[in-house]
Design a protein around this ligand. Structure first.
Ligand code: DLZ
Length: 162
């Protein structure tokens, strides 16, 4: 029996808001650049597919996922942005570094969004290995950068109502 639950990577069933009135910042980590570059491409094409103007998308590169927090803070401090999309890829290693980074980044991005009362979107892959990351950066599980972009548009539209 076919499942009635849609694949979340398939946005064809979602009514996505018009992105043309909004200005977006994308903060992207340079660590695991092959993956984060693919997430960035997915995010930009997701924004543009829904009407965002190229001139309203600003990309800021930071060294690693940990720096996404301060990158997001710096962008939202400039009150012209309607949302920030944070893109990174943390791959499990042999130490507890992974856990510290993932927890800090998730909490940090969440706190920045609350601090500025603006959507701060968590587009960070946290995977066991490179293949799992590739699968989610334009591979068989879609592109989580594009999903993050759709979330940013939806949240910018919701925020505008308040
Ligand atoms: C140091 C480090 C390690 C080991 N692994 C990753 C990773 O998988 N993904 C990532 O985005 N960044 C990693 N980093 C770098 C940290 O995010 C950060 O840049 C440094 O700890 C300096 O603050």
């Amino acid at each position: 029996m076919a499942s009635s639950i849609k694949n979340l990577s398939d946005f064809s069933h979602i009514q996505v808001a018009d992105a043309s009135p909004f200005k977006f910042a994308i903060v992207v980590a340079q660590w695991n650049a092959e993956i984060t570059g693919a997430l960035l491409n997915g995010a930009i094409s997701g924004l543009e597919k829904h009407g965002a103007k190229e001139s309203n998308i600003q990309v800021i590169e930071v060294p690693g996922s940990f720096e996404l927090i301060s990158g997001a803070d710096l962008t939202l401090r400039d009150h012209s942005f309607d949302a920030v999309i944070c893109l990174g890829c943390v791959i499990q290693g042999e130490t507890r570094h992974f856990d510290f980074i993932c927890n800090a980044v998730a909490n940090g991005i969440s706190n920045v969004g609350l601090k500025y009362n603006k959507p701060a979107i968590f587009g960070v892959l946290t995977t066991d290995n490179v293949q799992q990351a590739l699968d989610r950066a334009g591979g068989k599980h879609g592109n989580k950068g594009e999903e993050a972009a759709i979330t940013a548009i939806q949240m910018a539209a919701i925020a505008k109502k308040f």
